[in-house]
Design a protein around this ligand. Structure first.
Ligand code: TXA
Ligand code: MG
Length: 317
């Protein structure tokens, strides 16, 4: 592990956070653990530092960032015209993997939203991230801490592997609990719409808030939600059953290809949790083809299928 990584044991948490705050106030970027994936974070009030995020990730500047805040009570500093159902949603899902898109207040700078009138906001459910956010009189903007289009990081080591000395330090909060990015819910229309699937599912939102929720109609309201994304260097092939995957494996073996099967036999929680680490491992061990058995298309399985489909599209060559 690199010198940049700060293991957070209880005794060191406060010293590490003080150092992180010093870096952030000097317009440096830090690696931030969350329950979904690691973020590449800057203070929301620092346009210069935010511009660096786009450079480091090689991300187009019109792909807006998610703003992380410490608690629901801070929401009105950053968002306005907040629909009444938001309170019940946030009371149930925050801190947690639900990002809501609302109209922004003046406090949100253009660099965060790509000059859009809306801003995406969430409260992450991770002890290190929340302790840091509570010490700040500010928010943290953080995209996933990987290069644009590549596999998201789910450990501090992944961040160091990808971004090296372009981050001042990485707060090490251990492996991410969930492993896939947050659900993004567009909330400025009368019926909210899921723009990106995650651990907070359509069914959960509908039953908690007693409202109906649309799935994205494919029209790009979440800029940056490309068809090709989350991609390792190796090829990813998708199969609906273990039997089909094994059949394909035999063919590829006979062609002398190095193959790895991803199959979690219905355990979607472990699938989400290990997905990105396994794709990264495939690259580092020189695998030619990952053969993924798709999970069932409900619950967390929807998000996993979405990420795998994008990974396979990107590597479909
Ligand atoms: O779980 C997560 O959400 C992680 C952790 C670090 O919080 N973050 C993350 O950020 O996945 P990123 O930048 O990789 O993805 C953010 C997505 C992008 O697809 C972007 O288009 C969408 O959020 N987004 C941000 N602001 C938006 C807005 N105003 N309207 C619509 N979509 C927005
Ligand atoms: Mg990302």
């Amino acid at each position: 592990m690199s010198d940049q990584t700060f293991q957070i044991q209880d005794g060191r948490l406060s010293a590490s956070l003080d150092m992180a705050i010093k870096c952030l106030k000097n317009d440096l970027l830090i690696g931030l653990p969350t329950e979904t994936v690691y973020g590449l974070a800057a203070l929301a009030s620092r346009p210069k530092a935010i511009a660096k995020i786009f450079q480091v990730k090689a991300r187009p500047t019109n792909h807006p960032l998610i703003l992380h805040i410490a608690e629901y009570r801070q929401l009105e500093k950053w968002a306005r015209n907040i629909p009444s159902y938001i309170e019940v949603l946030c009371n149930n899902f925050w801190p947690g993997p639900l990002t809501i898109v609302l109209q922004r207040t003046e406090r949100v700078c253009d660099e965060i939203t790509g000059a859009r009138e809306t801003v995406a906001i969430r409260v992450p459910n991770n002890k290190v991230a929340l302790t840091l956010l509570r010490k700040l009189d500010d928010g943290l903007v953080a995209p996933s801490a990987n290069r644009f289009g590549k596999v998201s990081p789910t450990s501090a080591k992944h961040v160091v592997d990808d971004l090296g000395d372009q981050v001042a330090l990485v707060l090490d909060g251990g492996d991410c609990d969930i492993g896939v990015e947050s659900t993004i819910l567009y909330c400025t229309l009368s019926t909210p719409q899921i723009l990106r699937s995650g651990a907070v599912t359509k069914d959960k939102i509908e039953s908690v808030a007693k409202i109906s929720v649309d799935l994205s109609d494919g029209e790009s309201r979440a800029p940056g939600m490309l068809e090709k994304h989350y991609a390792p260097n190796c090829r990813v092939e998708l199969f609906e059953t273990t039997v089909d995957a094994k059949r394909r494996q035999a063919i590829l073996f006979s062609e002398n290809q190095k193959v790895q099967i991803l199959d979690f036999f219905g355990d979607v929680v472990s699938y989400a949790n290990q997905l990105y680490a396994r794709l990264r491992q495939a690259d580092s061990s020189g695998i030619d083809v990952v053969i993924a058995v798709m999970p069932i298309n409900t619950g967390l399985g929807v998000a996993i299928r979405d990420r795998l489909t994008k990974a396979s599209t990107a590597t479909n060559r």
